[in-house]
Design a protein around this ligand. Structure first.
Ligand code: GLN
Length: 530
């Protein structure tokens, strides 16, 4: 199999049938991951697939319900994303959201056109209490709208079940065929009763049993891993982060000593982190893992020397990782499979799960790089969201602190140092970061923010210390609040804490004469600093 074939093979894999799940057909909307997220909150499994998925494949998946997402196009335009009318006569309930709603009308003989007034933001919607979609929803309810087009005329058989001042058909339905369409976005939390509506759809209308629970997932995964590994051996890339730790423990549960966990100390870890990881997962820890710590610091620094381009840095670090693993694998002997802690948002953000734009390159998601020795790639968490991974981690007995650890990027401090990465700069960031984390937790703020760290700008400037001129680096402090890590807000940390961290950093860390706090959100910035 070449790389593309491998990607395709992975893409078509689906667990919808055995998990009695909901199929989310992706038309490129911004909130598609959220739809899947909200469905799963009801303990109902779901998967996101492209709207281009063949009808035959969709029938094979046997979803118990289908949700059509929003999307940027206008369905009446030439070449706009479309689906076969057959989708609506499978006998499976369908919920169309925004573009999905418009498309349902368009395909079934209604009329969609440019709305005289576009609606954007929180809008009051009047809903019909008789609709099963709006059971337990207030008759006037605030919903999130984002559309330029509207349903001018419903398709035959539909009735309007909600309206706004500007939009006579804010929702439509044909209960006899179990077809539902909403112009607003129930998946966005600004839609105050959106969660109830989605719950009504998946549990009420699709009759999901709400049994998608972690222990079921763990049992299923253990069996799948055993089948895949057989009598062979696997190598697990363990970074000490939440995802790879959960993947490693799951692997060990499934195949015990047939899996070897390799922890690469690339020199870009946080202060003392390598020792902490070894203490938990190494021979003295209690997970019974076969654990190897590789000191690869020098070779990473050698390859990063002189490199300033952020994408290039990511590429080098990712590539060097694989090389280290291959070498370790050769030492162990015959190793067939490489295990990675890829999770669902990585898959979707890589543009693989559906139609969403590629946001950043995640190495090796769903496919091995071109030249590797491993025959197989095992990604046991490939279909889980972050909080589900955490839930699985707790169910597997991983300590709470580790499970709720803040995320740390694979390329480590390599993406928290602007410009060239050198051992000296890494040392500065490690020390500054340790102080910042210490001061935030002392002030009780580590629980209020979702990610916080220090980074190093490539900027040096003039300062004065002990009456002497200095020409040193500026350290950047970051702390953000976010629910899903797709968007984030800078946290308003009390000045007192920032002040205390600042004076400790300039006093205790060499080569720093300035400390800056980053007030930018994501977008327009990203959370990391590279
Ligand atoms: N592009 C369509 C419109 O403007 C649908 C928008 C959406 O799905 N958010 O109405």
């Amino acid at each position: 199999m070449n790389k593309d074939e491998k990607k395709r093979a992975v893409k078509q894999e689906s667990h919808l049938k055995e998990r009695r799940g909901i199929l989310v057909l992706d038309f490129g909307g911004q909130y598609n991951q959220l739809i899947a997220r909200r469905v799963r909150e009801n303990h109902v499994y779901c998967e996101i697939h492209s709207y281009k998925t063949d009808m035959a494949d969709i029938r094979g998946m046997e979803p118990i319900g289908i949700i059509l997402t929003g999307g940027p196009n206008s369905c009446y335009e030439e070449g706009a994303p479309c689906v076969s009318p057959e989708l609506f006569s499978l006998g499976v309930p369908v919920l169309g959201i925004c573009y999905g709603a418009q498309l349902m009308m368009h395909v079934l003989g209604g009329k969609v056109g440019r709305a005289p007034v576009r609606e954007y933001g929180r809008i009051e919607v009047s809903v019909s209490a008789a609709s099963p979609l709006f059971a337990d929803v207030h008759e006037k309810t605030i919903c999130w709208m984002s559309h330029n087009d509207y349903i001018e005329q419903m398709a035959p058989g539909f009735i309007s079940s909600a309206c706004t001042d500007n939009c006579p058909v804010a929702a439509a339905e044909d209960p006899s065929r179990s077809l539902y369409a909403v112009q607003f976005h129930p998946e966005v939390l600004h839609t105050q009763e959106g969660q109830t509506m989605l719950k009504n759809f998946v549990l009420g209308i699709c009759k999901a049993d709400g049994s998608w629970k972690m222990d079921a997932f763990i049992q299923e995964s253990i069996e799948a891993i055993r089948n895949k590994v057989g009598n062979g051996r696997a190598l697990c890339a363990l970074s000490g982060g939440v995802d790879s730790s959960v993947a490693a423990v799951l692997m060990a549960r499934a195949v015990g000593r047939q899996v070897t966990c390799v922890f690469v100390d690339h020199g870009l870890l946080r202060k003392d982190e390598a020792d902490q990881v070894e203490a938990i997962f190494g021979p003295t820890g209690n997970f019974g893992l076969t654990f190897i710590r590789v000191d690869a610091r020098e070779r990473f620094f050698a390859r990063l020397k002189g490199v300033t381009d952020p994408e290039k840095k990511r590429e080098i670090i990712g590539e060097e990782f694989i090389r280290v693993f291959e070498e370790e694998a050769r030492k162990i002997g015959q190793v067939e499979a490489l295990v990675q802690g890829t999770i669902y948002p990585d898959v979707v953000e890589s543009g693989e799960g559906g139609e969403s734009a590629v946001i950043k390159s995640h190495h090796n998601v769903g496919a091995l790089p071109d030249h590797v020795d491993f025959k197989e790639l095992i990604e046991p968490l490939r279909y889980l969201f972050k909080d589900e991974v955490r839930e699985a981690g707790l169910a597997l007995g991983i300590p709470h602190d580790l499970v709720f650890r803040q995320p740390f990027p694979g390329p480590g401090l390599g993406v928290r140092i602007v410009g060239e990465v050198t051992p000296e700069k890494v040392h500065i960031v490690q020390e500054a970061d340790a102080i910042w984390r210490e001061e935030l937790s002392r002030g009780g703020w580590d629980k209020n923010v979702n990610q916080y760290f220090a980074a190093l700008s490539n900027m040096r400037s003039v300062g004065v210390m002990g009456d002497e001129r200095t020409y040193d680096y500026a350290v950047l402090l970051r702390a953000v609040k976010t629910v899903d890590f797709m968007t984030a807000e800078s946290a308003d940390i009390p000045w007192e804490i920032i002040g205390r961290a600042t004076s400790r950093i300039v006093n205790e860390v060499p080569c720093v004469n300035r400390v800056l706090y980053d007030c930018t959100g994501k977008p327009p910035a990203t959370i990391e600093w590279e």
